[in-house]
Design a binder for this molecule. Structure first.
Ligand code: NAP
Ligand code: MG
Length: 478
């Protein structure tokens, strides 16, 4: 684990330096990862370039690539328990969540493996003595900067479409969550992935992340993380004349109208904020409730919230710890500030007896009513903290829902068909759910944001577009 994975081999950092891997449930170091350098990035990009331009990877047919990705998917499922345990220790996830992440990672390789030989172009009618074909070609080498919240899912989500399209890849996982990514890269080799198609360089984002986006050998960058770093990546990519996808999180609203099915809405709204301890880009972190049912609905939601338990991965409760002590402090500060400002605390979950006191745990918290302009209603907490806001009518609901800088996911809970359509059209988000919620599951469903949530679409067949270029071929004939 203390080495990079470059060109199919374990390679130490050129500086020889390593940095701790921390178990968030205990707060203690349990291993080391390599602290990458700009030279290591260069080595990885050269390996990827070679794999694409001259190596075995670039010579595979689309069908062979697809078969390989699907074989990899099966191997991931074979190693489900091992991978889930690696992830649970590295990120603190409850085992059920870690196992789901393995399934999702495998599903990405299954899905895009099946798509690899179905990516093709067009012919265009043109001048009589000309033949025109528009073909889709791999971009070449793609860089992937990953966050720490769903490492294995992100590996699948960004890598599988890129490999399916024929690119060679370099990953920079988050320093706080590199273990499963290293294991997956080695597993891909076991499945027969040619050397250099997948390279992993670990270490600090500020030292090597921009170096990846700035490298002249890289043709595209996929970034998932904070808006601030995303903006930096986009600027760096612009200087490098390349394009990027940015997935930057959100402040996703769930609108509960007076005709909502409470039995359906309450458990779904709860899960959408406590799942993965709220460390989910598409977490439903605001619940907007119609005034006429606000009291009754919040009582039901509060009761459910109070039953949420936080524990270590093997306890397998609703929530695990927060990824790092720094993030724990950030989440706790949101809670403390809200209390200090006198925002009513409706309910809190509990931390289980027997957890390590040095673990990065916080109590899931439901606040309301939260003023629309308060930071709890405007900023991404990235923890299990839900802000409730009452609204008057549809117009008021839309004004509040669309009134943040973000636009990733939104949901409306209502039995009225006309209102379902109006909400679908008016909510500013990349995905809108009606009487359901959950961006995580649907690998087939295009996903991405607007505004501060970023741009570009991942998942679904549309993700393949970003990982290929169109080439127009015009042939004049006799
Ligand atoms: P972050 O700094 O944006 O980290 C995301 C990725 O970017 C990591 O791989 C990180 O590497 C790398 N990185 C950091 N600084 C960089 C730089 N200057 N140049 C290039 N790459 C860089 O996010 P964070 O600090 O971990 O989390 C902060 C907040 O971001 C969270 O509270 C949350 O609001 C948001 N976030 C959103 C998502 C999402 O799914 N949309 C995921 C994670 C975080 P290292 O971590 O190794 O330094
Ligand atoms: Mg860790």
């Amino acid at each position: 684990m203390d080495k990079h994975f470059i060109n199919g081999k374990w390679v130490a950092s050129s500086s020889g330096e390593t940095t701790p891997a921390i178990d968030p449930s205990t707060g203690k170091e349990y291993g080391r990862i390599a602290l990458g350098t700009v030279d290591d990035i260069d080595t990885a990009v050269r390996a990827a370039r070679h794999a694409f331009d001259e190596g075995q990877w670039g010579r595979l047919t689309a069908a062979e690539r697809g078969r390989l990705l699907q074989k990899f998917a099966l191997l991931i499922l074979d190693k489900k328990e091992e991978l889930a345990l690696i992830e649970a220790r590295d990120t603190g996830k409850p085992m059920t969540v870690a196992r789901n992440d393995v399934d999702a990672a495998a599903r990405y390789f299954e899905y895009y493996g099946g798509a690899a030989d179905k990516v093709y172009g067009d012919t265009i009618p043109y001048l009589t003595n000309h033949f025109v074909a528009v073909v889709r070609e791999a971009k070449g080498v793609t860089g992937h900067i990953l966050p720490w919240n769903y490492p294995m899912q992100m590996f699948g989500r960004t890598l599988a479409p890129s490999l399916a399209a024929g690119n060679a890849t370099i990953l920079k996982p988050a320093e706080a969550a590199s273990a499963s990514i290293l294991r997956l890269a080695a597993l891909a080799s076991e499945a027969g992935m040619p050397d250099g198609a997948i390279n992993v360089v670990t270490g600090s984002g500020s030292k090597i992340g921009t170096a990846l986006a700035a490298h002249p050998g890289v043709d595209f960058i996929s970034f998932t993380g904070s808006p601030e770093v995303g903006q930096l990546i986009q600027k760096t990519a612009a200087d490098n004349y390349i394009n990027c996808t940015l997935e930057l999180g959100g402040k996703s609203p769930q609108l509960v109208f007076s005709d909502a099915d409470f039995d359906l809405a309450v458990p779904t709204i709860l899960r959408a904020i406590v799942q993965n301890s709220g460390q989910t880009c598409s977490a439903g972190s605001r619940v907007l409730v119609q005034k006429s049912i606000y009291g009754e609905f919040m009582e039901r939601l509060g009761d459910a919230f109070a039953k949420v338990r936080v524990g270590s991965p093997e306890m397998d409760f609703d929530c695990g710890p927060i990824i790092t002590d720094k993030q724990r402090a950030t989440v706790q500060k949101f809670i403390d500030n809200a209390l200090a400002e006198g925002i009513p605390l409706i309910a809190q979950g509990s931390i289980a007896d027997g957890v390590d006191i040095d673990g990065f745990f916080v109590r899931p918290s439901l606040f309301g009513p939260v003023p629309h302009t308060n930071s709890l209603a405007q900023e991404e907490v990235f923890g299990p903290v839900l802000a409730a806001l009452p609204f008057e009518d549809e117009a008021d609901a839309i004004r509040i829902a669309n009134g943040t800088d973000f636009g990733l996911v939104a949901a409306a809970w209502t039995k009225d068909g006309g209102r379902q359509m109006r909400m679908s059209k008016r909510l500013r988000a990349g995905q809108v759910f009606i009487n359901c919620y959950g961006a995580g599951a649907g690998i087939e469903l295009p996903f991405g944001g607007t505004g501060k949530s970023g741009h570009g679409r991942e998942k679904g067949l549309v993700a393949l577009d970003d990982y290929s270029n169109l080439k127009t071929i015009v042939i004049q004939h006799a």
